[in-house]
Design a protein around this ligand. Sequence first.
Ligand SMILES: Cc1cc2nc3c(=O)[nH]c(=O)nc-3n(C[C@H](O)[C@H](O)[C@H](O)COP(=O)(O)OP(=O)(O)OC[C@H]3O[C@@H](n4cnc5c(N)ncnc54)[C@H](O)[C@@H]3O)c2cc1C
Length: 434
Amino acid sequence: MKNTSGYDVIIIGAGPAGLSFARLLADTPLNIALIEKSSLDDLKDPGEDGREIALTHLSEKLMKQLGAWDRIDPDFIAPIKRAKVLNGDSSYALDFTRPSNDMEALGYLIPNHLIRKAFYEEVAQMKNAEILTDTTVVDVHTDDQSGTVTLSTGEKLSAPLIISADSRFSETRRKMGVGAHMQDFSRTAIVCRMEHEYPHEETAFECFQYGKTIALLPMNGNVSSVVITMSSQKADAILNMDEDQFNAQVQAWFGNKLGKISLVGKRHSYPLVAVHADKFVARRYAAMGDAAVGMHPVTAHGFNLGIRGADTLASEIKYALANGKDIGSLDVLKKYEHKHMRVTRFLYHGTNNIVGLFTNETLPAKVARKAVLRIANNFPPVRQLIVNKLTETEGQAASGLTGLLPPLPDLSRLPKPPKLPSLSALPARLFVNR
Ligand SMILES: Cc1cc2nc3c(=O)[nH]c(=O)nc-3n(C[C@H](O)[C@H](O)[C@H](O)COP(=O)(O)OP(=O)(O)OC[C@H]3O[C@@H](n4cnc5c(N)ncnc54)[C@H](O)[C@@H]3O)c2cc1C
């Protein structure tokens, strides 16, 4: 077996997180290896996977800085100007619009495969990065001096720093002995594009109905990304439904408000499992992207947090380089962990709780759901906080689409609303997670 050194950073996984992290290190003298189990063709031209990614302003800024934004055809960048959350069968909506005229939109929607393609093209032209495709990392080990990965080819590669960016089900994080909180919601998200008769007016809808959640994310033209989440048992029937029947069913779920609706392309499905690693770093090792925090897909947080974490770690590495420090040392990595944990931990548990509340169909939960929406609508500081989180402006944490929902843990920091019930006073059992 060959033991090849010469790399400074080895990144396992060339998904959006691994690629954006590599790109963030383009202006450093570091030699980077990205190891990816998919083929080169898949990276160059990834297939459409049904995920339309709602991006915050911070992600937009980072993507612009890194050149990825300009690689995406503007026809596929759709502004979200308004967002509404509906609860049960009530027509009462939590309603957000962009906070000021200088802000074009609350956020932007871009297909995941185009984000991956854009970052691949950026990394492919880096002089200090090499991508090994059709190669799986089968083992990883670190000691005080360096880390070593074993490839499916039998080859071993070493570097002072190893990064796991190999998805929420990261095998390499597990091999490094890093545990994770994992929550299986026993639900499935069905995602697809649908064309409709009437315009969506650049408005995103999240409808927490009883038994299922339906979200509509506006794309350019009279087309939207539709996200249906329901129990995995029921999801199979919807996935296998004949196309005309499916169209009629979705049309009915939207109360015919969009007129005639028809499927464009395929239906895709994803299991709803959320993951938060117990720690993000170990000796000469860091986890990032979904390998660090894999949010509930319906929250639309995942990539926003992934690129934010990549930026945090890259900044610490650059600072270490500028100060002659070892980039793989634990004190450098711990700074990343500390900063990123601060952003992700509350958000992860807070959104899992809120998803739990909005999918809990007991009577007290239904009452609490109504109260949450009314408080968020009628109490200006809460509205402002949510909009800040939604857009990721003013240094707030990413909040993506369930940023449409009030972020529970932060409410305690707000000035007291007169006579409105404090959310923390709601019975804990309401927040039973599914
Ligand atoms: C339906 C849906 C909607 C979503 N909507 C949004 C949204 O609106 N906004 C948002 O911000 N996020 C959203 N997300 C989340 C977002 O898609 C993820 O957070 C993001 O793709 C994670 O990127 P990643 O690079 O960490 O992981 P992945 O995309 O999972 O990539 C991991 C890569 O590692 C490779 N790999 C795995 N194991 C190995 C190995 N052992 N060796 C080599 N390579 C390996 C894989 O082939 C893959 O290329 C959504 C997710 C879903 C499912």
